[in-house]
Design a protein around this ligand. Structure first.
Ligand SMILES: [Zn+2]
Length: 114
């Protein structure tokens, strides 16, 4: 069969690198969000307009960090790559696209429809 699957060590390294990137993103968001009341009124208005966008970005980043931590735990437990909902194997392409994936494409699709 074709190329050998990515080793667990490589997966762990990718997860840790990703987590680092998301942590830096959260820190950047916090640095920019600091003391909005000190800005003048026009800057403040612009900032208030961005609050929802910034909060969405932060929520996405913190959500990914949680997902990555869970993936690292599954890696330690030997259950990485197995869907947490149905127990099927998560496709290699899906894991390559999003290494922190906890569910197979079918289960993730179920959530997306609700
Ligand atoms: Zn599943």
């Amino acid at each position: 069969m074709g190329r050998a699957a990515e080793s667990l060590t490589q997966v762990r390294e990718r997860l840790l690198k990703l987590r680092n990137e998301y942590q830096q993103r959260v820190e950047t968001i916090h640095a920019h969000a600091r003391s909005p009341l000190e800005a003048d009124s026009s800057e403040q208005a612009a900032q208030l307009g961005n609050v929802e966008v910034v909060q969405a970005l932060e929520a996405e980043a913190t959500g990914e960090i949680v997902a990555i931590n869970a993936a690292l735990s599954r890696l330690d437990a030997g259950t990485y790559g197995i869907c947490v909902t149905c127990g099927d194997t998560i496709g290699a392409a899906r894991l390559a696209a999003r290494p922190a994936s906890a569910e197979c494409v079918d289960c993730a699709g179920e959530h997306a429809r609700h």
